[in-house]
Ligand binder design. Structure first.
Ligand code: KL2
Length: 655
């Protein structure tokens, strides 16, 4: 009897009280490697998604794209060792390479998070296993870290101190930096931000249950960014194609970060330190090794002293263009020299002293790259357009200059009888579906009367009484760029403009432009009223016809598609590429030459690039569940964009 009372009465009661006490002690939340990060939002997955980035890594050096048979689901660490040895090591044995790349599991005795208050001993069981393997295997005393902190002795520091040959030791630095920056147990098994280990401290049965509570200590994996494959849409055999990857990444210049501290009040101080961010950025580049890297907000001194030497050692050739004016950052394009040669390059400054509209300091790089194993060149453009949400007029003019420069490269190729595909990357400071975005995607924009703030869609200023609006011409003809976003030919330059060509006679075209220009449509206050003549207001339909004819529509003739869509295809939540205290948005893009559709017969000669895959973006909720950007995983206030594109050889000779 007493035994029955104890079994059916006291035991459940004691479990119930115990569970209540447990709940009081600790809220049910998820820890990622020692940090409370996840409250139910975000993408949670099993290890199968890890395989996607492994496919990427293992296929990185070939032209054949990810191996569809590669379904390696072994432990992520082991898998990464294999794939990185394949892709990263140029010199030395595979073992040397593994060590040099710093891919051993890591540990750090200085970890402040590794204490009993965060993890119970049971919860840490798996982690301790990992740590034991990783202890002391990482490369120590990297001389490069000195250089990264600005006190090193330059390029020599990049060479591994102990090795006979001058083996580049970026990885030792990365291993060292990883452990210095990250808490014990934190690991990136297959790429930055991918498949981190999470610990779920409690899985509870409903209160009052007779069943004993699970003290569940298994880890789960949170895959923040997944590799999305589109290779099934590939129209061409891998053997008949040149596959290459492109990254666009605004890495947040440290000077800008420090100039706008209000944007980063949500961030713990340690994630804002440049040396920590630099290491994470380099680690990310090292992980993916894109064939072409387009960076924005690259601080000049950081680039020349720290990033360029490392990227050069990684096999990249780099081009840098600093902004004009006092701001210290700019754009960079780096390409893997073993895959491309450079045919030409243009460094663009948007500030034009003779043009009142173009008075901002943004820049762009446009270059023509020749793939080593393909016939036709690829034009790569990279820019960071003006931020100011009110100045859509300036953004459009800056964009038109980039498009005109791309057009020159494409036309030059055409006149040499070759096709030229285009990849246009950048932080455009404009939202998807904004007029600016639609202009790039559709090739035309009817802008007459459009409020300038509306162009980029960044803010809603409709409550304002006065709006600066867009009227023709958007920029003066002296800029030499037509409303088709092409440079004027000599004869066009001479014939254009409202002013007389020969200083004696107005051309018919000029007179028509005067008649229908906005100024001509404003009724003078003292205009004498003549019935049927001066009381007539222009017919909107007429206006529309004449606006279209006389330059109220902007065109371009490049056929471009955005690699990223507005919503995440899996969750249908808006995808964002940047987040700070002011909010989140998608402002970064990779546009690529569209494969023009036609009948089945025409398809083969349609040209264009095909997207084989891309690294997914995240939603705003995902990012806030990681405490916003930058965070311990993502070192900038932007996410990197990464796509894999296919250029087919069979199109190369077609123009
Ligand atoms: O939106 V950006 O961040 O593409 O990540 O581009 C600009 C802004 C960058 C270069 O000018 O500096 C940031 N409020 C918020 N962000 C600003 C501001 C501002 N007033 N000014 C510059 N930036």
């Amino acid at each position: 009897m007493i035994a029955s009372v104890m079994l059916y009465g006291l035991y459940p009661l004691s479990r119930f009280i115990g569970r209540l006490a447990g709940l009081w002690r600790k809220a049910p939340c998820v820890y990622v490697n020692g940090k409370e990060v996840w409250d139910g939002g975000g993408a949670v997955s099993g290890p199968q998604q890890t395989g996607l980035s492994l496919q990427w890594l293992s296929a990185g050096d070939t032209d054949t794209g990810p191996d569809p048979d590669h379904t390696d689901t072994e432990s992520p660490q082991g898998a990464l060792e294999i794939s990185c040895m394949d892709t990263c090591v140029n010199e030395g044995s595979a073992d040397d390479g593994k060590a040099a790349l710093g891919l051993e599991e890591e540990t750090d005795d200085r970890d402040p998070v590794m204490n009993e208050s965060v993890f119970t001993r049971t919860e840490c069981e798996r982690r301790s296993d990992m740590d034991q393997h990783g202890c002391d295997e990482r490369m120590m005393d990297s001389p490069v870290s000195d250089m990264f902190l600005g006190s090193g002795s330059g390029r020599e520091a990049l060479v591994h101190a102990g090795s006979g040959s001058a083996v580049f030791d970026l990885a030792a630095l990365l291993a060292d930096s990883q452990t210095a920056a990250d808490p014990l147990g934190w690991h990136f098994p297959s790429g930055l931000g991918l498949s981190q280990t999470c610990y779920c401290p409690y899985v509870q049965f409903p209160a009052g249950s007779y069943y004993p509570a699970f003290q569940h200590s298994d880890s789960i994996e949170v895959t923040w960014r997944v590799w999305e494959e589109f290779s099934e849409s590939a129209c061409v055999d891998a053997a008949d194609a040149f596959d290459f990857s492109v990254m666009s990444y605004n890495i947040l210049a440290q000077d800008l970060l420090e100039a706008n501290p209000d944007l980063y009040t949500h961030c713990p101080e340690e994630v804002l330190a440049w040396d920590v961010r630099l290491r994470a950025i380099l680690k990310e580049l090292q992980t993916w090794q894109p064939d072409i890297i387009c960076l924005q907000e690259v601080q000049e001194d950081h680039f020349h002293q720290q990033m360029c030497p490392v990227l050069t050692e990684m096999g990249y050739s780099c081009i840098y263009k600093r902004r004009t004016g006092p701001k210290t950052d700019g754009c960079a394009v780096c390409y893997r020299s073993e895959r491309f040669t450079q045919l030409s390059v243009r460094l663009l400054e948007f500030r034009r002293p003779d043009c009142e509209l173009l008075d901002r300091d943004n820049v762009a790089i446009v270059l023509l790259l020749q793939p080593r194993s393909a016939l036709s060149p690829v034009c790569v453009a990279n820019t960071h357009l003006l931020f100011n949400p009110r100045r859509g007029d300036v953004k459009l003019a800056q964009l038109a200059i980039v498009l005109a420069e791309i057009d020159v490269m494409v036309q030059n190729c055409r006149s040499a009888g070759r096709r030229c595909e285009v990849v246009f990357c950048g932080d455009l400071n404009a939202l998807p579906s904004s007029p600016l975005w639609r202009f790039i995607s559709s090739g035309q924009l009817y802008y007459y009367g459009l409020p300038a703030w509306m162009v980029s869609g960044q803010t809603d200023l409709s409550h304002r009484v006065h709006h600066a609006r867009l009227f023709a011409p958007l920029w003066p003809s002296s800029l030499g760029v037509t409303d088709r976003c092409q440079y004027k030919s000599e004869s066009q330059t001479a014939a254009s403009g409202i002013f007389p060509v020969d200083n004696r006679r107005y051309s018919h075209e000029s007179m028509l432009k005067l008649r229908y220009c906005p100024a001509a449509c404003v009724r003078p206050a003292d205009l004498e009223l003549i019935p049927g003549v001066t009381d007539k207001t222009p017919d909107p339909e007429d206006m529309d016809m004449f606006s279209r004819r006389f330059g109220h529509t902007l065109h371009h003739s490049l056929s471009l598609t955005s690699a990223y869509s507005e919503v995440r295809p899996d969750t249908h939540t808006p995808a964002v590429s940047t987040l700070n205290s002011d909010g989140a948005a998608m402002v970064d893009y990779i546009f690529y030459s569209t494969r023009r559709s036609g009948s089945a017969g025409e398809e083969e000669s349609a040209g264009g690039l095909q997207m084989l895959g891309r690294l997914s973006l995240l939603s705003e909720a995902d990012l806030w569940s990681m405490k916003g950007l930058p965070n311990h995983t993502f070192p900038s206030d932007h996410l990197s964009l990464l796509v894999k594109l296919r250029l087919s050889h069979s199109d190369s000779h077609r123009v």
